[in-house]
Ligand binder design. Structure first.
Ligand code: GA4
Length: 342
């Protein structure tokens, strides 16, 4: 048992803020794993493996991505989401508002979802910006930087796992035909600042109610590299279903294991379920890079991950097959079940 500071986290979608609730899980947001990438390589590898086994999630600091690259993308994102709806809709289907996927999932979110290639970014920039070159340069520089970060993390991770071919995971993302995507999510506040009285702005936090921005799910790809502005909302789920809020840190990146990495580690790493809640008073904007294999790539665990004590959990499949299954199901469905060995 442990005393926490801000809110009661339930298994439902509504979160009621209350001062000093008693928490049953004993884990505080501040205790989620943090990996300092400037540390000694073997130590970093050990920490990453431990975090991926226990949470499928960690925060990285000293990641080496420049503030300028980050700031230009944040500026571009706020610039785009600040436009009138009619202007944003020109970018559909890359732009979406409230609808998530194709099977009726909804959330309090608007987004831009782009294929993470220079060509695709350049193309969409032409349709949504009066300064397309600047937008395209900003988003491309960001995408390249987070892709490199993802690959470096995957290579250190392979070392930590004792996989002899240390490029076994990153090669899929480095491949010119990688199906990786970049997503900008914008979560408007529930209460529009202009609509609320000055005195209401600092209302007792216990009366705040938060809504689901992006519902509970796991990411289908290999690895996700996420960054947000300084507004909270991201929560991760522990195996017992308790939700843990992630404290926002705009200077850091958050990394989570996707379904493909769970398969490629033969279940040693967990693809963490997570969700994003809206904030009562402030806009949250996050940018997520989802590192994915090429469509034709076969997803299978390297032989060192399969032992008599840990027999192969999943049958081999292509990323195209997995993506198809993903889009045939709802956001919160557990797709990996379909690919388990009997
Ligand atoms: C979740 C992770 C990424 O945002 C995403 C999402 C995708 C979409 O929004 O088009 C999906 C969702 C995500 C998983 C289940 C399906 C597909 C919406 C949805 C209901 C781009 C992805 O790859 O999978």
């Amino acid at each position: 048992m442990c005393i926490a500071s801000t809110a009661t986290y339930t298994k439902t979608n509504m979160v009621l803020a209350a001062p000093n609730p008693i928490r049953s899980d004993g884990i505080l947001p501040s205790e989620l794993p943090v990996v300092d990438l400037s540390g000694e390589r073997a130590e970093v590898a050990k920490l990453i493996v431990k975090a991926c086994e226990e949470y499928g999630f960690f925060k990285v600091i000293n990641h080496g991505i420049s503030n300028e690259v980050i700031a230009r993308t944040e500026e571009a994102g706020f610039g785009f989401f600040g436009k009138a709806m009619l202007e944003k809709k020109v970018a559909a289907p890359a732009y979406g508002c409230k609808n998530i996927g194709v099977n009726g999932d909804m959330g309090e979110v608007e987004y831009l979802l782009l294929s993470a290639t220079t060509d695709s970014i350049a193309h969409i920039s032409k349709t949504i910006s009066t300064d397309p070159l600047n937008l395209s340069n900003s988003l491309s520089a960001y995408t390249e930087a987070v892709k490199e970060l993802a690959c470096e993390i995957l290579e250190v991770m392979a070392e930590g796992l004792g996989v002899p071919d240390t490029w076994v995971f990153s090669r899929l993302i480095r491949d010119g035909e990688s199906d990786s995507v970049l997503r900008l999510n914008h979560y408007p506040p529930i209460i529009n600042r202009e609509w609320c009285m000055e005195k209401d702005k600092d209302k007792d936090k216990s009366s705040q109610i938060s809504k689901v921005g992006f519902g509970e799910h796991s990411d289908p790809q290999i690895l996700t590299i996420l960054r947000s502005n300084d507004v909270g909302g991201l929560q991760i789920s522990l195996p017992d279903g308790v939700w843990i809020p992630v404290t926002p840190d705009p200077s850091a990146f958050y990394v989570n294991v996707g379904d493909v990495l769970q398969v490629m580690t033969n279940g040693r790493f967990v693809s963490v379920r997570h969700r994003a809640m809206t904030n009562s008073y402030k806009c949250r904007m996050s940018v997520a890079y989802f590192g994915a294999p090429p469509l034709h790539a076969t997803i299978v665990a390297p032989s060192v991950m399969v032992t008599p004590q840990r027999p192969s959990l999943f049958r081999p499949f292509t990323w195209a097959e997995y993506k198809k299954a993903t889009y045939s199901l709802k956001l919160g469905d557990t797709r990996l079940q379909l690919f388990r060995n009997c």
